[in-house]
Ligand binder design. Structure first.
Ligand SMILES: C[S@@+](CC[C@H](N)C(=O)[O-])C[C@H]1O[C@@H](n2cnc3c(N)ncnc32)[C@H](O)[C@@H]1O
Length: 392
């Protein structure tokens, strides 16, 4: 980045690194890292350790930052092959949930079926009508969803290869994965923390729900996944996001010129049991030890999210797993340790309430307010979502 580029970054104190593109990043204090793209990220003071900050937002400029390729970043992540889909799914590990799930045979059968190919229309770049017309023109069949005109099931397994995806009008995103950002319901102009953001499906959805106004801080501790996150924010024309690379458990607000976020999305790493329809080998490495260890990380991240959100603010917690150890037990822990409470929310997909007892442990009764989404109810993956309000 040239000196003049740096000078154009309002409030940007510079960093001396070589590949920063920072334009009018209000309040951005720069850093010492190598890959910053910051264009008017309101309230962002810059950097956070690790190495990657992407803030894309130029005042009054709607254009998309240049993208490097027309192939979407989610296509770079491992996908099930048709051979993998034909393999029998190992359900052994899921049998432990039989006491929790009515119609367990239907649950088991749904887990063994491939997942419908679903996309979310990126309303930053296109209306649902425009995206549907583009799919029609390309001969790609689609089916709408009653609960949202921005969620479409496609008759291709490779939505990333469509023209609509190339234009940034659609993004491959599992139906249940759309839930948490909808529940968080960020408003234009708010400051939102996406604590575990890569590869960016929910970050880009949050930005779209905010009409690309305000600030989304998209954080992930895995440097290797940030390129997909950055790629997706750029491809989908998001200009109100910055990308940070911190361990969310110790996330620092020092780089920002505000004391707390309005809202936080906590879509944690998990044992991914609910993704078995997409990836039939997902349970191959399952162990109770892993479930317990990832639950420790989840507790730390959710606690930090509550601390980093303003009193009265909202935190949404989600996983794509069925294990109560990673769901209700995490909520129970955080309710006991932090100033927050669970709140009821409505969602127009069939769900079951959070469970209050599991294998001899009892949880705070309010965990019933969380929702469990099972594959056989809505023909989706499995998911868990809870909404918390931070105490005053
Ligand atoms: C379920 S994925 C997030 C998916 C993402 N929200 C989306 O919709 O595209 C969980 C993410 O958490 C990240 N992660 C794991 N441990 C973390 C930590 N301690 N701090 C921040 N991110 C973490 C992983 O690298 C992974 O990208």
């Amino acid at each position: 980045m040239s000196v003049s580029d740096r000078e154009r970054a309002e409030g940007f104190r510079g960093c001396g690194c070589s590949s920063v593109v920072a334009e009018r990043a209000e309040g951005f204090r720069g850093c010492g890292c190598s890959s910053v793209v910051a264009e008017r990220a309101e309230g962002f003071r810059g950097y956070v350790c690790g190495s990657s900050v992407v803030a894309v937002r130029a005042e009054g400029v709607r254009g998309r930052p240049a993208t490097t390729t027309g192939v979407s970043a989610h296509d770079r992540l491992p996908k099930p092959t048709s051979a993998a889909r034909a393999n029998p799914v190992s359900m052994e590990e899921l049998e432990r949930y039989e006491p929790l799930i009515e119609e367990f045979d239907a649950f088991r059968a749904a887990c063994e079926r491939p997942l419908p190919s679903v996309v979310r229309v990126n309303t930053i770049e296109a209306t649902p009508e425009r995206a549907k017309r583009a799919l029609d023109e390309e001969g790609v069949g689609w089916t709408g969803r009653e609960w949202s005109d921005a969620v479409l099931e496609l008759d291709t397994d490779n939505p990333g290869s469509t023209w609509a995806s190339y234009h940034g009008w659609i993004h491959g995103q599992e139906e249940v994965s759309v839930i948490p950002a909808e529940v968080l319901a960020p408003e234009p102009g708010e400051r939102v923390w996406d604590a575990c953001a890569a590869p960016g499906s929910k970050t880009t959805q949050l930005a779209a729900l905010m009409d690309d106004e305000g600030l989304v801080v998209a954080n992930d501790n895995n440097l290797g996944r940030l390129s997909a996150l950055r790629f997706n924010t750029e491809r989908l024309g998001v200009t109100n996001a910055v990308v940070t690379n911190q361990d969310a458990r110790n996330f620092s607000l020092k780089p920002f010129d505000f004391p707390a976020f309005d809202k936080a999305l906590v879509d944690v790493p998990c044992s991914c049991e609910g993704t078995i329809r997409k990836n039939p080998t997902t349970l191959d490495d399952w162990s109770l030890g892993h479930v317990r260890s990832v639950a420790g990380v989840q507790k730390g991240i959710l606690r930090r999210a509550v601390q980093a959100t303003k009193p009265g603010g909202t935190v949404v917690y989600s996983t794509c797993t069925f294990a109560p150890e990673e769901n209700e037990a995490v909520l129970d822990h955080v309710l006991a340790e932090e100033e927050c409470r669970l709140v009821e929310f409505e969602f127009p997909l069939e769900s079951r309430p959070g469970v209050t007892e599991w294998q001899g442990d009892a949880y705070d009764g309010s965990v019933r307010k969380a929702k469990r989404f099972y594959p056989h109810h809505n023909d989706t993956g499995g998911f868990f979502c809870a909404k918390l309000e931070v105490g005053e």
